[in-house]
Design a protein around this ligand. Structure first.
Ligand SMILES: [Ca+2]
Ligand SMILES: [Ca+2]
Length: 181
């Protein structure tokens, strides 16, 4: 969906919602987006104030069904951190799933439009994005968005290869060139 069309759809939803009922949550894409190329991404737990237990996972974009489970809100301590494998391109999404495993049954994903209302995302600092989750499906929840809270930190410092590594890369290139002949 392109942006103009998305805006039209959102405008349509807003119009319909304001006519129908004020209780329908209007949701925006909580997309957590890499602000730079080659970003290293670290997920850092902030805390949780929730009765339900939920499990936070990162959605691996390379392999469907191979999400990496990070923590549950009742097992993690503030400051626990996990470095995501690989690096991320500018504009690439970092998606998360939060599955309620005790107290209720539900699953929320930043990649699913129907779940977007469960997430609050503060990207005031684009390299330190703060995410909060409401663990009861809206409009049922209390919208405190503190049932699970974590930060997504983007390290945009370019990895400058050492001169030795550059020499090795050069040698590798030469060898590949030779093999091709
Ligand atoms: Ca809540
Ligand atoms: Ca709460």
């Amino acid at each position: 969906m392109n942006k103009a069309y998305a805006t039209m759809v959102m405008a349509g939803i807003c119009g319909a919602a304001s006519m129908a009922s004020a209780s329908i949550a209007i949701t925006e894409d909580p997309g957590i987006i890499s602000p730079c190329d080659g970003a290293q991404v670290e997920v850092i737990w902030i805390g949780s104030d929730a009765g339900y237990t939920g499990e936070l996972s990162w959605v691996n974009p390379l392999e469907a069904g191979s999400n990496i489970t990070l923590w549950t809100n009742h097992s993690a301590s503030a400051g626990d951190s996990f470095v995501l494998p690989g690096t991320f391109a500018q504009g690439q999404r970092i998606d998360f799933v939060y599955e309620i495993i005790s107290g209720g049954i539900d699953i929320f994903s930043t990649a699913n439009e129907s779940d977007w209302g469960q997430f609050s995302v503060d990207a005031t600092d684009p390299s330190n994005v703060i995410v909060g989750i409401e663990d009861i499906r809206l409009p049922g929840g209390d919208s405190d968005f503190n049932d699970a809270q974590f930060r997504v930190e983007f390290d945009c410092t370019p990895n400058v290869p050492a001169p030795g590594a550059m020499a090795l890369l050069g040698a590798g290139g030469l060898m590949m060139g030779r093999r091709r002949r």
